[in-house]
Design a protein around this ligand. Structure first.
Ligand code: GLN
Length: 385
């Protein structure tokens, strides 16, 4: 394996899903729903398959989907985008992240990012030769400390890589936190790359604010998202990058050599999702909030203090009260102890012995009966170290 991939462990999500299959445990690890997205959208994909949409799509994506993404940004956030120059369709947001980092980051550029961070950020930053400067969201509140953010910026910093709603903590950056980030970005002339795949999954009436909507930010922000989380179509791997043409153009330049174009028959179906099923994510959000409110109290009752997430479909618990100092050890023991799989959050931190060592993430995007099953198993188990 080439040195540019040295030290990057295999993704924890595959490892823990394999563990769930091997042990027959309830998989609350990898975040994927166990129900399909809207039937009309599935039907549109079938129609596209039978209707001849089986050869290469245009490089930047099929025009109907680029228009639908632009219309989505307009409808929800008032952002005006030219679908021809300011939208590119990617193979999931993961490819958008990869293409953004490969297309924009020079070797040695410093990138400020929120820790815990999604694992692909780390891998692609390393491949791009970028240097990460983590700013930690600390348990139990997972708020951003603007002073820590300022302290992370050096003369070599060129980017801020954001993720809100935030995986794994479930924290949603407030307008005040985003304003603090925007002030730093403008003062130091930084470009913001923001992964907003959980944009529609925010709870308790709170609001997701895209940083691109703040004054002075549209021209320096590349916004990434996808259909996967909003429409329970994670396996479709259709995502997008939007923003100023020079940033989208850099994503497009890298994307051309990664995948050339993304899956042709799924793209018109995703346009149908965005254009014709605009309320579907809201219903998903409401049902996820109910499922959150089922799982979180049960985790607390099992002896695991758990932060109530404001968004995403993940909740994070502290396992130290049960005598565990190491979330990975807890997660490796859990299938045998309780027949449940979770994700250790320490793997999303630079220092595995640092602030995330005792944190564990649970996915609640499962049918209520599956969550009830997991809750029963956790309640019956001896979870002490
Ligand atoms: N986004 C999913 C999660 O956080 C995992 C996707 C993946 O397996 N890479 O659980």
């Amino acid at each position: 394996m080439a040195s540019r991939l040295h030290g990057i462990p295999p993704t924890i999500f595959a490892e823990m899903s394999a563990l769930a299959v091997r042990t027959g445990a309830v998989n609350l690890g990898q975040g994927f729903p166990d129900e399909d997205g809207p039937a009309g959208v599935l039907a549109a994909a079938v129609a596209a398959l039978h209707g001849g949409a089986n050869q290469y799509a245009p490089g930047p994506g099929v025009p109907a989907l680029r228009r639908a993404v632009a219309a989505h940004q307009q409808r929800h956030y008032g952002l005006e985008l030219d679908p021809d120059t300011q939208v590119v369709i990617t193979t999931g947001c993961t490819e958008a992240v990869a293409a953004a980092l490969l297309g924009l980051v020079e070797p040695g550029d410093e990138v400020v990012l929120l820790e815990p961070y999604y694992d692909s950020y780390l891998a692609m930053l390393q491949v791009a030769g970028g240097v990460r400067r983590p700013v930690t969201l600390r348990s139990p509140d997972f708020r951003l400390d603007p002073d820590e953010l300022r302290a992370a910026v050096t003369p070599r910093t060129r980017f801020v890589l954001l993720n809100s709603p935030h995986n794994p903590t479930g924290s949603v950056l407030t307008r005040a936190e985003l304003e603090a980030i925007a002030a730093v970005a403008i003062e130091h002339d930084l470009t913001v790359i923001t992964d907003e795949v959980y944009e529609h999954l925010v709870f308790d009436g709170s609001e997701h604010v895209p940083i691109a909507t703040l004054p002075g930010m549209a021209e320096r922000t590349l916004t990434l998202s996808s259909v996967g989380k909003s429409y329970s179509l994670t396996g479709w791997k259709v995502g997008w990058a939007t923003g100023p043409a020079h940033l989208v153009g850099a994503v497009m330049a890298a994307k051309t050599w990664l995948t050339y174009t993304s899956g042709a028959p799924l793209q018109p179906a995703v346009a149908v999702a965005l254009d014709e099923h605009p309320d579907w994510p809201r219903a998903l959000r409401d049902s996820l909030q109910e499922r959150r409110d089922l799982l979180v109290p049960a985790l607390v009752a099992a002896g695991l203090p758990t932060t109530v997430p404001q968004g995403t479909y993940f909740a994070t618990s502290d396992v130290s009260g049960l005598g565990w100092d190491d979330g990975l050890a807890f997660c490796l023991a859990l299938p045998e102890r309780a027949g449940v799989v979770a994700i250790p959050a320490q793997v999303f931190h630079d220092d595995p012995h640092g602030p995330g060592r005792h944190l564990v993430r649970w996915a609640f995007c499962k049918r209520p009966e599956v969550l009830e099953d997991a809750i029963g198993r956790l309640a019956a188990a001896d979870l002490r170290a």
